[in-house]
Design a protein around this ligand. Structure first.
Ligand code: G3I
Length: 315
């Protein structure tokens, strides 16, 4: 029987999963990860705290483990993520920086990491979660110290270090049309007008049953396509209050189906990545009390209705 990756490839799309280093000792988990998907994202292993634990001292072990596994399985890799306000190393957050200092630190981090993985990364999430819900810039250390131009700089530096990698901006709650996705639409136009290298917008798609389905997803994907930008659903999950029941799992399956169909309907939506594929390793229960069951495979690695809905949409 064809895998999700096989089915997606028939549409010129990929179907991916995030993974994380500690899980890679779980052989049954690894078997599905290695066969069902054709794109892999390291959930933590390429973040700043992992890759530059001390200033100027780089550690590629976690990222390399995942890249090597993906390559052995003939899978491509999305690099995640170069610039983010979260999961920064203590040496960076523990002091104040002048603008020239932080600019140099940022440039060195981006260029050293992108150069290390040059030729091995399909797309980088260069800047992650740059906006607030109302579309104003998130007041991160980068924004406060360097101003909004840090985004253009980050994209330019990444492009210099690996001209073939696709460069993305990535965020959550931008699946539908609204102030936050409008901010990306406007920023993308500004960057393009300035000739800044930008290839795509990543829509994380961390959905929750209690907040409703983003019905303007397809229109939103389409407007970015019109700017000649790729889009991707980069961190998909659909959480619910647990315990799951048949009705909730059926609604969840519909949402996975609808997301898959929306991506297939828009030519420049290049693929879909689950934020891990099994409830066994989902980030949700640790972050949202009482919630979980967000992924298409359950904690025993058995496929749920959502899995069959995705297959259906891809078939
Ligand atoms: O590494 C430590 C370990 O030493 C310690 O024993 C353990 C005890 O809690 O924590 C470990 O760190 C955890 C880390 O994941 C690695 O497992 C952190 O506590 C935990 O907060 C961290 O969570 C990650 C989260 O980003 C942080 O915001 C999730 O795994 C990761 O899936 C999640 O991914 C993000 C994307 O990067 C961006 N979009 C949102 C998405 C969900 O938050």
């Amino acid at each position: 029987q064809p895998t999700l990756a096989d089915l997606a490839q028939r549409h010129g799309r990929y179907f991916g999963s995030a993974t994380d280093n500690p899980e890679l000792t779980d052989e049954p988990y690894k078997a599905v990860l290695g066969s069902e998907f054709d794109m892999i994202t390291p959930g933590n292993g390429m973040k700043w705290y992992a890759t530059e634990p001390q200033q100027g001292v780089f550690d590629w072990s976690k990222g390399d483990e995942i890249v090597n596994l993906a390559r052995a399985n003939h899978q491509r890799v999305r690099g995640h993520t170069l610039v983010w306000h979260s999961q920064l190393p203590d040496w960076l957050t523990g002091r104040t920086w002048t603008a020239p200092e932080l600019r140099a630190v940022l440039k060195k981090h981006i260029q050293t990491e992108v150069r290390h993985y040059r030729g091995k990364i399909y797309a980088w999430d260069v800047v992650n979660e740059a906006f607030n819900e109302d579309g104003t810039y998130r007041e991160t250390v980068f924004y406060k110290t360097l101003g909004p131009g840090y985004i253009a700089d980050a994209l330019r530096w990444a492009h210099q270090a690996d001209p073939k990698a696709k460069l993305y901006l990535n965020d959550y709650n931008i699946e539908g049309i609204g102030p936050k996705s409008d901010a990306y639409y406007k920023l993308a136009q500004e960057l393009q007008a300035q000739g800044v290298p930008l290839d795509g917008i990543g829509l994380q798609a961390h959905l929750a049953l209690q907040y409703g389905y983003p019905t303007t997803l397809e229109d939103n994907l389409r407007r970015f396509s019109r700017l000649r930008l790729d889009t991707a659903l980069t961190e998909v999950d659909v959480r619910m209050f647990v315990p799951a029941d048949e009705a909730k799992l059926a609604t969840q399956a519909e949402w996975y189906r609808d997301m898959t169909e929306a991506c297939l309907a828009v030519r420049r939506c290049v693929g879909i990545t689950l934020w891990d594929y099994t409830d066994k390793y989902s980030w949700i229960p640790a972050f949202f009390e009482g919630e979980g069951a967000a992924l298409p495979w359950d904690e025993q690695l058995a496929p749920k209705p959502a899995y069959f809905a995705i297959r259906d949409a891809l078939s």
